[in-house]
Design a protein around this ligand. Structure first.
Ligand code: NAD
Length: 513
């Protein structure tokens, strides 16, 4: 594959080159020069920039700024917040290609995919534009004689968002527009592997009129994460990433009395029933299995073929996967790009080796892929295993790369039982033409997000995103009304305006009369 028809790589100092630092109190901050990590261009394999790793003073500065900004922002009018959100929405919409180019340069996903990611993030900003409607409390008149009761939704305080590498714009945008529209301040700790987008998200919010300190970005790794969770001024923690870290964040934040929602990893299954449109199912398996090189929490990683569709389905998937154009994500023809880092590519490749050792049939082997003109990129071609069984680690563990497993089963019931043996409960899909089977499936299946003939059922912004089981720790999902619930505290006011004649001491427990 050649690298023709490329979009220009954006070169923005401190975003795609140089040292990518923090954004604190409305300005860029370099951070300590001692601690940095390299940020790669995954298509070329070159080090493109460095990212700052927050030190103690950086973290203190971010939290102090957030604390001070909260005290003012919490009292800002809904009209003010709405105006800022609308302006932010306009800026993001106008510059979505620029943001997408930064994502492609550091993550490696193809440009059209990055544009799609930004679009889904903008939808959450649009949701937050309706904050007046979202923050309506409830009111009961005359709950007792001369007594009214109402509940208002108030912000919780400085909130923190810790995000993964695979959606450097969309996942932060699941959190920060809702948190900020609800009157909170917000500190983002983005992934250290593709931190550039976070700086633009912050600068552009400031340009939209957001007061300094309401949104801060702190770059760093586990040290920054643990420092933020530990800080007594942080009131709520939103996390998205792998299951072991989600569990750690949920446990340590809970121990410290923080409100927490921690979304973890996934192993999403797609069941194909014998009556399904097999061509559509094969298209879906390839799109959802290899899109973004499988580095999506909603990627399909297991296809469950219900007899007798296995042979035909596997052949159709192989035909399509072989035809994929794998190239630098900036190449207009590219359908799949490289993996995010060499370390991650090697980890994914080790699972392909493991699958062979475990006895699965490797019908498509992407390990020897070479991309012309890009010898040092972090490449791995589409891999497909057939005859995978549930005692294999390639079935049970999250691989997070372009590796698709096919498990063959004899019946619908066997397929459902297999899906429910997985500890993850993020997304699941069913392909069928039978409405009754689909209805039964969506009712019974243990998963937070279900697709019927839809392989990647990502909820729209006004519904909420999140899985069950080992895919979500905490009890609220991201964005939608669950997001509003997470970023607000309910306060209930009981008020009496009584006629003076009814006054007098009464030591009994308040009765409603
Ligand atoms: P990760 O868990 O390695 O990192 C996520 C965040 O945690 C990063 O900001 C990272 O700096 C921080 N972190 C890493 N190690 C830490 C530690 N020991 N202590 C504290 N913080 C730590 O995840 P990733 O590799 O960046 O992203 C891929 C993972 O995210 C996959 O497992 C994927 O399924 C998951 N994901 C889940 C969802 C969802 O909605 N459930 C969405 C996107 C990604």
């Amino acid at each position: 594959m050649t690298s023709s028809a490329m979009s220009a790589t954006p070169s923005i100092d401190g975003v795609t080159t140089g040292v990518i630092g923090h954004w604190i109190d409305g300005r860029r901050m370099a951070g300590s020069p001692d601690g940095t990590l390299p940020v790669f261009d995954p298509a070329s394999g070159a080090v493109a920039a460095q990212v700052a790793l927050a030190s103690g003073p950086d973290l203190e500065a971010a939290v102090a700024s957030s604390r001070a900004a909260f005290d003012t922002w919490r009292h800002s009018s809904i009209a003010t917040r709405t105006k800022v959100m609308f302006a932010y929405r306009e800026i993001l919409s106008e510059r979505r290609e620029q943001l997408a180019a930064v994502i492609t340069a550091q993550h490696g996903k193809v440009l059209s995919d990055a544009v799609g990611e930004v679009g889904r993030g903008i939808e959450v900003v649009e949701f937050a534009c309706g904050v007046g409607e979202l923050l309506k409390g409830t009111h009961n008149e005359q709950v007792s004689t001369d007594v009214d009761v109402w509940t208002v939704l108030q912000p919780v305080g400085p909130c923190v968002g810790i995000t993964p590498f695979n959606f450097p714009a969309m996942v932060p945008l699941w959190m920060l527009p809702v948190a900020i529209a609800c009157g909170n301040s917000f500190i983002l700790k983005p992934s250290e592997r593709d931190p550039g987008a976070s700086v633009l998200l912050a600068e552009w919010f400031s340009e939209a009129g957001l007061p300094d300190g309401v949104f801060n970005v702190l770059q760093g790794d586990a040290t920054a994460v643990n420092g933020l969770i530990d800080h007594p001024d942080v009131k709520a923690v939103s996390f998205v990433g792998s299951t072991p870290i989600a569990r750690h964040v949920a446990t340590s934040a809970t121990e410290r009395g923080r409100r927490v929602q921690a979304l973890g990893g996934a192993k999403n299954h797609m069941i194909v029933l014998p009556d399904a449109d097999l061509e559509a199912a094969a298209d879906a398996a390839v799109s959802a299995g290899y899109g973004s090189a499988g580095e999506r929490c909603m990627a399909i990683s297991v296809v469950v073929a219900v007899d007798p569709v296995g042979d035909e389905l596997v052949d159709a998937i192989v035909d399509r996967a072989r035809a994929l154009v794998i190239a630098d994500g900036r190449d207009a023809a590219a359908e799949m790009g490289p993996l995010v880092t060499a370390a991650h590519r090697d980890r994914v490749r080790s699972y392909v080796d493991l699958g062979v050792e475990e006895g699965a049939t490797l019908v498509l082997d992407g390990r020897d892929l070479a991309v012309e003109g890009r010898p040092d990129g972090f490449w791995l071609g589409p891999c497909l295993f057939d005859h995978v069984t549930t005692d294999m680690r390639i079935w049970s563990e999250e691989i997070f790369g372009p590796v698709l497993a096919v498990v063959r089963v004899a019946s619908y019931d066997e397929a459902v039982a297999l899906v429910e043996r997985s500890p993850f409960g993020n997304g699941v899909a069913l392909f069928t033409r039978d409405g009754g089977a689909a209805r039964r499936f969506q009712q019974q299946i243990d998963a937070g997000m279900v697709g019927i003939n839809v392989p990647i059922p990502v909820p729209v912004s006004y519904h909420s995103f999140g899985g069950w089981g080992a895919s979500l720790f905490g009890d609220t999902k991201a964005h939608g009304t669950e997001g509003v619930h997470f970023y607000t505290r309910a306060k209930t006011v009981t008020a009496r305006w009584a006629d003076p004649a009814t006054r007098g001491p009464d030591l009994g427990f308040p009765r409603n009369t």
